[in-house]
Design a protein around this ligand. Structure first.
Ligand code: G16
Length: 543
């Protein structure tokens, strides 16, 4: 290890922040002004991870759905997954040690992880459009270079594009060409191929209004449109000229259950919102009575799972299809999946890292968080089975055609992580194939009314949870209070958990009516405020 080179670079990125900072739901995420030393150190850690895995590693600078002044970093493992949990601990340790202990901590990681320090390292770097991102990217690159890693800087890209690039580089491009051109071409070619020459079908029209959250996704959408040609026309709003994530974007629309700013309110028009780094998407429309209808990640999951189930039945393929959700999944969706679709459904803690991991248990694993973050994974053996079916001339034309459709749909999906743009293409593909409007899609089941609130507390870590975050064990007495409150509401459900991306506690409530849910959400929030050290204004749902 070239200690002099690390010491020299370290002097440019001294640790100026005394508080503790933790690798959370999706990496480090906090106010951008305290992140310089963290980025430098994550550059160093990415090199060690790359050496240890003998593969390219991704480093994405983004705070995704957070406000513009925040920033963060997500590290991406060789197969496109989020950083392995045991390394999250190393990341937290490295981010917090004093400058004087930086080199010894690195040496310790090298020795405990049996890393050959002379092995090559390749780090793929990307960033979102935040003002602080170029500065923080420089800090990360300084870290990579200080440990003699190779920097593959793709500058401004979406998070899913970074995941895609990492996987391409690590699979000798068998997954796709490791360029942005390769990304757009792979997804758009598959999309156009399935769509064929008739973009309209029954209630489906090839027009989509898209809210780009004023983020990096807006740039990608403009580029994507060039590849998609006439197959679909995307009308882009919040295209980057406004404030990032401000009253727009997938998180705003999901949590507020309302139309984003600047998107014209037109009746029965298919709309979608992506988030600040384009890894989430939700759909919505306004009906003839001007009522807003949200089709969130649960809806996308059920749409994809039911389509795949149909194709598996038509093709006669014996592949296990499963669905993964979190505690935020609407009770209506879980009932529909298990009772109507009869597809096995698993519940895991928040964070695509958990969902992705669980989805890999199935031949075909559909995973989505209610917030619109998700994708589908396919086992290599499942892909082999589908390909063999297509080539098997003893199978009926119907069976082979269904297997073909399945394979085409797989090509549209960015399996490496939830990808808003790829998710839009698969949703559009399914709606087109069924000839559905959003109202047709919505008919499959009814969502239970639900509400999310945020509670500011002195230390969100006083809340700890079990059972995939559905029960809290600390602070003492809080779960009992929640249970008592929930018991007074028919079909009531509520849970609380510390956010891993913002400094607050999240409260979720669902029940049989909007007014009851608002009441329950408020009561549970007050219990959190009281028992978990609330600060600032008392959280109440406005009537
Ligand atoms: C990240 C994670 C998601 C998670 C979300 C909110 O999304 O990737 O899996 O649902 O944070 O997490 P929390 O409730 O812990 O704040 P993103 O799109 O912000 O990177």
């Amino acid at each position: 290890m070239d200690v002099t080179s690390i010491e020299t670079a370290k002097s440019l990125h001294p640790k100026m922040y005394d508080g503790h900072i933790q690798y959370g739901t999706a990496g480090f995420r906090t106010r951008s002004e305290i992140l310089d030393h963290v980025m430098f150190r994550m550059g160093l850690l990415a090199v060690l991870r790359s050496k240890s895995k003998r593969a390219a590693i991704g480093l994405m600078i983004t705070a995704s759905h957070n406000e513009e002044p925040d920033n963060g970093v997500k590290l991406v493992d060789p197969a496109g997954e989020m950083l392995e949990a045991s390394w999250e601990k190393l990341a937290t340790e490295l981010a917090n040690v004093e400058d004087a202990k930086l080199v010894s901590t690195l040496q310790n990681i090298v020795s405990t992880q049996n890393i050959d320090i002379n092995a090559p390292a390749n780090v793929v770097v990307g960033r979102d459009t935040r003002q602080s991102s170029p500065r923080l990217a420089t800090a990360a690159v300084d870290g990579i270079k200080a440990l003699q890693g190779m920097v593959n800087d793709f500058a401004v890209i979406t998070t899913p594009q970074l995941h895609y690039l990492v996987v391409c580089l690590n699979t000798n491009e068998s997954y796709g060409i490791a360029t942005l051109h390769g990304y757009y071409q792979k997804l758009s070619n598959a999309f156009k191929e399935i769509r064929g020459s008739s973009p309209s079908y029954k209630n489906y029209t090839p027009n989509l209004v898209l809210d780009g959250a004023n983020g990096v996704g807006a740039i990608a959408v403009r580029e994507f449109q060039k590849y998609l040609g006439d197959s679909i026309q995307i009308e882009l709003y919040n295209d980057g000229s406004g404030k990032l994530n401000y009253m727009c974007g997938a998180d705003f629309v999901k949590v507020q259950q309302t139309q984003p700013m600047n998107v014209p309110q037109q009746q029965n028009v298919r709309c979608a919102s992506i988030d600040g780094d384009a890894d989430r998407v939700v759909y919505y429309y306004t009906d003839g009575q001007n009522k807003f209808h949200l089709l969130d990640g649960d809806r996308i999951a059920t749409l994809i799972a039911s389509y795949f189930k149909e194709l598996l039945q038509e093709s006669g393929l014996d592949l296990q299809l499963g669905l993964v959700q979190t505690a935020y999944a609407n009770g209506g969706s879980t009932d529909y999946i298990s009772k109507v679709l009869k597809i096995p459904v698993a519940c895991v803690p928040t964070g695509v890292k958990h969902l992705h991991h669980k989805a890999l248990d199935f031949d075909i694993g559909v995973y989505f968080e209610a917030n619109g973050h998700g994708t589908v994974t396919f086992k290599e053996s499942a892909l082999g089975t589908i390909r063999s079916a297509i080539a098997n001339l003893r199978l009926s034309e119907t069976a082979r055609s269904a297997a073909s459709k399945l394979l085409n749909a797989i090509e549209v999906i960015n399996q490496t992580v939830g990808d808003a743009l790829s998710d839009v293409l698969i949703v559009e593909t399914i709606l087109h194939s069924k000839g559905w409007s959003l109202a047709d899609w919505e008919k499959s089941y009814t969502d239970l009314p639900n509400k999310q609130l945020k509670v500011k507390v002195r230390d969100r870590n006083v809340i700890s949870t079990v059972d995939a975050e559905r029960k809290c064990v600390t602070p003492a007495g809080l779960q009992e209070r929640i249970d008592t409150l929930v018991a007074t509401y028919p079909r009531g459900r509520s849970f609380v958990r510390p956010s891993g991306t913002e400094d607050l506690v999240r409260v979720y409530a669902e029940g049989q009516s909007v007014s009851e849910v608002q009441k329950l959400a408020t009561e549970v929030s007050l219990a959190v405020y009281e028992l978990a050290g609330g600060i600032g204004p008392i959280p109440i749902v406005p009537n």
